[in-house]
Design a protein around this ligand. Structure first.
Ligand code: MN3
Length: 197
């Protein structure tokens, strides 16, 4: 059984970038919903008891793909944000980003563009692939762990661009939400994910 992970901060701690009501609904309703439906979908199958990363990299029913993706993606999303976030990465990750994209600013541009141009619901990603770092985007609750997406690897940073993630504060202005996001990115956590095997 998967459990809804606790938020690592209070609902209102990402204000004025992400409002408290959005956080409450997003975590307490959307993420909780994916978690419950994932449990229903794997109950009684041989996927019960497996790690989520393992489930998502194998063959899945649509219900497991959508709800398992939703479970994993939101868990990552809460962790890679922090009330004391923002700024720039340091250390190995900072070097790798500069080497790959030219500069941190260029990386931000590429990631923001992937998030802005993802049509409809989906996610933007910074992915650690076997060849290094890459920016990508996916539809719905798909993610880079899945074996049939364009850019595969370990998701380091993810941005939810479903309307439920920003509509209450930003309405149709997704680019403003993307700009705000950079102020809450927890680079320490992203670096940790990069350096971990
Ligand atoms: Mn969401």
């Amino acid at each position: 059984m998967f459990e809804l992970p606790k938020l690592p901060y209070k609902h209102d701690e990402l204000e004025s970038f992400i409002d408290s009501h959005t956080m409450e609904l997003h975590h307490g309703k959307h993420h909780a919903g994916y978690t419950a439906k994932l449990n229903t979908a794997i109950e009684g199958t041989d996927l019960e008891g497996r790690k989520i990363e393992e489930i998502l990299s194998g063959n899945m029913t649509p219900a497991i793909r959508n709800n398992g993706g939703g479970f994993y993606n939101h868990d990552l999303f809460w962790k890679i944000m922090s009330p004391s976030g923002g700024g720039e990465p340091t250390g190995e990750l900072a070097e790798k980003i500069s080497e790959t994209f030219g500069s941190f600013e260029k990386f931000k541009e590429e990631f923001s563009n992937a998030a802005a141009t993802q049509f409809g619901s989906g996610w933007a990603w910074l992915v650690k692939t076997s060849d290094g770092l890459q920016v990508s985007s996916t539809l719905n609750q798909d993610n880079p762990l899945m074996s049939d997406v364009k850019v595969q690897g370990k998701p380091l940073l993810g941005l939810d661009v479903w309307e439920h993630a920003y509509y209450l504060s930003y309405q149709n202005k997704r680019p403003d939400y993307i700009t705000a996001f950079w102020n809450v990115v927890n680079w320490e956590e992203v670096s940790k994910r990069y350096e971990d095997k």
